[in-house]
Write a protein that binds this ligand. Structure first.
Ligand code: IMP
Length: 193
């Protein structure tokens, strides 16, 4: 089964490919001639995932899915949330994002946080949503060099290391995206059996 994943991030594509297995052939927007940035202008993760999936579906008519992720920090009222990529600047700067996060949490007693991923799937013209989350807390300092984004400051529940101190396989096994993709995979496999 061929399906478009609305991302041009090769790391994400590889990760999702591994979970879905060989029964699914993943294509990218670029493979289908869509080279522009896909708009994500909605105030929620659900809204953005749907907007991206609809954008691809309207232009290709093909089955497709899109994801959107945010880090939600309790003491900050759920921020940075849908603005996680551009929290500190407009330029997707993870170092600046982490610095601002640590600054905004200075002295906070409650450092609890969660990563949440929403996947929107359009299959045979019908829309479906899948969600995955991982709870944890924001460390006082950065640790580790694996992963990306906020990984050096996020400690998942039940661990005393950050995501950036884990191997990719260990992180994917418990991560927000890993859990959302596993739900998508179960659904797609059931639909094609
Ligand atoms: P996206 O929707 O997957 O592009 O994620 C939006 C932003 O959330 C990214 O730019 C990162 O700052 C952050 N983010 C998403 N997933 C992760 C993760 O697994 N670890 C750390 N940060 C993440």
């Amino acid at each position: 089964m061929k399906i478009i994943f609305a991302t041009n991030n090769s790391h994400k594509l590889q990760e999702v490919n591994q979970i879905l297995g060989p029964a699914f052939e993943l294509a990218t927007p670029r493979d289908c001639g869509i080279t522009e940035d896909i708009p994500e202008e909605q105030p929620t993760l659900e809204g953005n995932a749907l907007q991206k999936a609809r954008y691809i579906h309207e232009r290709t008519g093909m089955d497709c899915f899109a994801d959107d992720t945010g880090l939600e920090v309790a003491a900050l009222g759920g921020a940075p949330g849908v603005h996680s990529a551009r929290y500190a600047t407009d330029g997707h700067d993870p170092e600046a994002n982490m610095s601002l996060l640590l600054e905004n949490l200075a002295g906070a007693a409650d450092r609890s946080a969660r990563f949440r991923t929403v996947i929107a799937l359009i299959l045979k013209g019908k829309e479906y949503l899948f969600e995955g989350e991982v709870r944890g807390h924001i460390a006082e300092l950065r640790s580790g060099s694996e992963g990306f984004g906020y990984d050096p400051v996020f400690v998942p529940e039940g661990y005393d290391t950050t995501f950036a101190q884990m191997s990719a396989a260990e992180k994917n096994g418990i991560s927000h995206r890993g859990r959302a993709v596993a739900k998508l995979a179960d659904f797609l496999k059931a639909c094609t059996e």
